[in-house]
Write a protein that binds this ligand. Structure first.
Ligand SMILES: *[C@@H]1O[C@H](CO)[C@@H](O)[C@H](O)[C@H]1NC(C)=O
Ligand SMILES: *[C@@H]1O[C@H](CO)[C@@H](O)[C@H](O)[C@H]1NC(C)=O
Length: 416
């Protein structure tokens, strides 16, 4: 293990002197606006992926140059990235307090598992210090927070446990997303549409926002993955109730994440009407400052985020049309769940997705990988749980190659 760390250091040092000479394996090597290296390290071939992205993939030829010609893509105004800045928020989900929650909005609270009992605080410190992450998403079930009461009154003991995780997150200097992981439901019934009233949902957010009002780095994730919500406009009214409650509780300036229907699919956010409905949600002063759309996207064959292999980078189907819509509407989105198995296909496609998001950082805040925290790294197919090795840590191959800012996936360089 010590030997591995030493070799990693040598590579890192070596890369500094030739950072623009050759892109690393899985690094970017071409595409619209790309100004970095266009050749790959030995053993990798620069491979055209789309007009925006060529990537160093494992293959015989070394020193191959990308096809830099941009095939017939005419960029109309409104579809051109206006900024090539780095993503502002790149992170990992620290799951555990959501364990036991089902997609029908039931939660077996005895199954909630604090990531702090699974080295979660140290995981976050490692992710910040060694990998360059600056955001964590902290899922929790509604039922856990209120002690199985369909209300907005927090159960003090349970909230204290969750708050310990938020505090450990804030102590790293990162932004921390408070995520209610209930799929727009409480025990099977949809908020505002047969389930808890909007007033009850708003009171939950009022209680939470009051606790975190003085923390500028807390981000409020109103709801994880609403799905099969029959009336999207009614859902937008529920979201509005939560936003108003958060602002009126004194959290006047923090980022709030607005989730659409269909599991917050980035692909159908616009086409299925979520975008149009959520555009109407505003702050109490009528502005939309720091109201950011929440979108998820996995890369496997059935969009579920349960398969080890990836089949798409989602650029043509999802990120490109969404970026254009966001620019047209002068809004931003945050991809708070994405990921894949620790496989070559996921490394290839997720690196492509991340590079595209970074090229469109004017409309995308960033992404949060799923997932570290309380998962068992030896059995969970989408594990991003780092493991201790001696005095250091070993990341999963997907984190090391793509998810971590230090992988260079945002820029195609080594990032060291
Ligand atoms: C939900 O989104 C997926 C892609 O993420 C899409 O394949 C599916 O058709 C969508 N379903 C609905 C009801 O819009
Ligand atoms: C969203 O998708 C569902 C299921 O396909 C469909 O019934 C509904 O009409 C769609 N809504 C909009 C606004 O497109």
């Amino acid at each position: 293990m010590v030997r591995v760390i030493a070799i990693g250091l040598l590579f890192g040092l070596g890369a500094v002197s030739r950072v623009h000479a050759q892109s690393p394996l899985y690094g970017q090597c071409g595409g619209t606006g790309w100004t970095g290296a266009t050749t790959c390290v030995a053993g990798a071939t620069c491979t055209y992926s789309n007009p925006y992205y060529s990537q160093c993939l494992p293959g015989a030829a070394s020193g191959t140059t990308a096809t830099t010609t941009n095939p017939t893509t005419t960029t109309s105004s409104g579809s051109t990235p206006t900024s090539a800045a780095k993503l502002s928020h790149v992170g990992v989900n620290i799951a555990g307090f959501d364990f036991g929650c089902g997609t029908d909005g039931t939660c077996t609270t005895s199954m909630a598992t604090s990531p702090l009992n699974h080295d979660g605080a140290a995981q976050m410190q490692h992710f910040v210090n060694d990998d360059g992450f600056n955001t964590f998403r902290l899922p929790v079930g509604w039922q856990f927070l209120t002690g199985n009461s369909q209300s907005g009154t927090l159960n003090q003991a349970n909230f204290n446990q969750y708050n310990s995780l938020v505090s450990a997150c804030l102590a790293t200097g990162a932004s921390c997303i408070v995520d209610i992981h209930n799929y727009a439901r409480y025990n099977g019934a949809i908020i505002g549409q047969g389930g808890p009233s909007n007033a009850v949902f708003a009171s939950l957010w009022s209680s939470l926002a009051a606790k975190f009002a003085s923390q500028p780095k807390v981000i409020f994730g109103i709801m994880n993955e609403p799905h099969d919500v029959p009336d999207i406009n009614a859902w937008a009214t529920s979201v509005q109730a939560a936003v108003t409650a958060i602002r009126n509780a004194g959290a006047t300036s923090q980022i709030i994440l607005l989730p659409g229907n269909n599991w917050t699919s980035a692909q159908t956010f616009v086409s299925n009407g979520s975008g149009a409905a959520l555009l109407k949600v505003t702050n109490p002063d009528g502005s939309t400052t720091n109201l950011v759309f929440d979108v998820h996207k996995y890369l496997d064959s059935d969009n579920s985020g349960t398969n080890a292999e990836c089949v798409t980078n989602n650029i043509q189907s999802s990120w490109q049309p969404l970026a254009q819509w966001l620019r047209t509407n002068k809004r931003q989105a945050f991809n708070t769940e994405t990921g894949g198995g620790n496989t070559a296909s996921c490394i290839q496609y997720l690196c492509q997705q991340i590079a595209y998001q970074a090229q469109n950082a004017d409309v995308f805040l960033g992404y949060v990988g799923w997932s570290a925290g309380s998962f068992d790294p030896t059995t969970y197919v989408l594990s991003e749980v780092p493991t201790r090795s001696g005095s250091g840590w070993t990341d999963t191959s997907l984190v090391k190659s793509c998810v971590a800012p230090s992988s260079g996936s945002q820029s195609g360089s080594t990032g060291m």
